[in-house]
Design a protein around this ligand. Structure first.
Ligand code: NAD
Ligand code: UDX
Length: 468
């Protein structure tokens, strides 16, 4: 059996960084180099102060501190890392295409293809190439075609090993995964060996019965399917939240009632202002595009509805604020608690906060944002990237506060966009005293202490809760 001594991971992002840190921690005999084109990102991973690594994940800096410099390295010399490795993980971004055919739907595979071409150019010895990025089903075929035309007489085995970690819990998800999925060409001897080589890496800390091996296409498609199902649950409960608000039902009670049915299960039923993050929308759009490209229009429409519902939920939340504030928010200050797409991460990609802010800025509201982990510049970048609001208007109306009290001071309303636990620890009396009255709270995550807030005097609206 092939024993892996050196691993290279291309892409030092939210997936490449944490995944390789855990492999390095659990397999001290394997040398791992994580490479990236982005010099700044690599410098941050190498920062002597380990709290400055570019990704905030609970527990991650300790793992990096333990392994970095021992058997975990971060570098920009991609050619060297490819050349020296036995196994190469491709963990680069696969965003939604913003141009050409499939614009706004298909996954942009240009970064993946560049990696394949670079591997093809550099490799002089046999390599196992592992798809870690989330990819359209049958991408492994395209990779193989590129890699097999090098003329270097090098053998490449391709594996699919999608990553199921969620942000904010990456370290525990990687340490104790529900399952590890490895797809490969098990009908050939070399394919089987490659699968076994990767299985034996994970077997250092993952129980064997949780390491699932399949064919390549099942593995690639399972990742898109998992994200589609998870997002569908959120859209399903969010669809019910609107009905709850009108009928006087309470979405948390409904979620609990249905979640106790063991066939449904209690997880992923928290109604919200909408799901965000870099994966759900992108992966469903990709699935919809794939289905359409095979002429499966009903399949495509079915999954697209998950996204349409999510867009509706974000807009609905913003419109409800406007409606409740007497149909005008022009020049009224609205405080945003939370900007990240979920708690315990500094990631803001596709965060619902961005789209709620956009709707309110278009209504000429002033917005003051407080998030415990997101940097000021990121908030501005997120809004400016939308391109729907003039830059001076953004400068005039959007402010990032240095603490929650400053964000809420002189505001007409507070909107909760992320479920950060610290929100419940604030001095809410102090916040109330410094607000315009009536002081409104729109809890888009259903996390604040309703009774306490109402006792203080707030007018409190919670997503999915109707007046009785
Ligand atoms: P990311 O944008 O955080 O990181 C990708 C990195 O790849 C970037 O730093 C970029 O500079 C680098 N890169 C791009 N092209 C390169 C090249 N040719 N050579 C070297 N470096 C290159 O992305 P991410 O969130 O880590 O996601 C990576 C993949 O993993 C995506 O396919 C995503 O769908 C999937 N995924 C993400 C998550 C998640 O929670 N973020 C979870 C599971 C799967
Ligand atoms: C997701 C998948 O969970 C993970 O397996 C995959 O590898 C990457 O995509 P992530 O996007 O990091 O992970 O976070 P996740 O916990 O899935 O949350 C996604 C969004 O859904 C967040 O905005 C979250 O707030 C929202 N959500 C989640 C809800 O609104 N309600 C829920 O009950 C669960």
């Amino acid at each position: 059996q092939k024993v892996i001594k050196k691993i290279c991971c291309i892409g030092a992002g939210y997936v490449g960084g944490p995944t390789m840190a855990i492999i390095a921690q659990k397999c001290p005999e394997i040398e791992i180099t994580v490479v990236d084109l982005n010099q700044k990102r690599i410098d941050q991973w190498n920062d002597t102060d380990v709290s400055n690594i570019p990704i905030y994940e609970p527990g991650l800096s300790d793992v990096v501190a333990e392994a970095r410099g021992r058997n975990l390295f971060f570098d920009t010399d991609i050619d060297k890392a490819i050349d020296e490795s036995d196994m190469i993980f491709i963990s680069v971004n696969t965003p939604t295409k913003t141009y050409g055919k499939g614009k706004g739907m298909a996954a942009d595979l240009k970064y993946i293809e560049l990696c394949a071409r670079q591997i093809a150019r550099v490799a002089k010895s046999d390599k196992i190439v592992v798809e870690k990025s989330t990819l359209p089903v049958r991408t492994a075929q395209a990779l193989k075609n590129i890699l097999d035309h090098t003329g270097n007489d090098v053998n490449f085995e391709i594996l699919s090993n999608p990553e199921f970690l969620a942000e904010g819990t990456a370290v525990s998800d990687l340490t104790n995964p529900d399952r590890v999925l490895i797809g490969g060409q098990q009908e050939t001897e070399k394919g089987k060996q490659a699968v076994e080589a990767l299985v034996s890496i994970y077997a250092n800390w993952v129980p064997k019965d949780k390491i699932l091996t399949t064919n390549l296409w099942s593995s690639e498609l399972s990742k898109l399917t998992a994200n589609a199902f998870l997002a569908q649950r959120v859209s399903s409960i969010n669809a019910m939240s609107e009905l709850c608000e009108i009928t006087g039902a309470n979405v948390d009670e409904v979620a609990k009632a249905i979640g106790m049915d063991s066939r449904i299960g209690p997880k992923f039923l928290k109604s919200s202002v909408g799901f965000g993050g870099s994966c759900f929308q992108k992966d469903i759009l990709n699935l919809v595009y794939i289905a359409k490209s095979y002429g499966l229009n009903e399949v495509a429409d079915y999954w697209e509805q998950v996204i349409l519902m999510n867009d509706h939920q974000k807009r609905r939340f913003a419109h409800n604020i406007v409606k409740t504030l007497y149909n005008t928010v022009s020049d009224k200050k609205i405080a945003f608690l939370g900007w990240a797409f979920k708690k315990d991460t500094n990631d803001t990609r596709e965060s619902p906060a961005i789209y709620v802010a956009e709707e309110l800025l278009l209504e000429q509201a002033k917005i003051s944002v407080w998030d415990p982990k997101v940097k000021d510049a990121q908030v501005y970048t997120d809004i400016n990237t939308l391109g729907s609001i003039e830059a001076d208007e953004v400068d005039n109306k959007l402010q990032v506060a240095k603490d929650p009290y400053e964000a809420c001071k002189n505001s007409h309303a507070i909107a909760v966009l992320t479920e950060w636990e610290e929100f419940n620890t604030y001095d809410w009396q102090r916040i109330y005293d410094n607000m315009h009255k009536p002081a409104f709270v729109f809890d888009g995550r259903g996390v604040l202490d309703k009774n306490k807030l109402q006792e203080i005097g707030f007018v409190y609206y919670r997503i999915g809760e109707g007046g009785v």
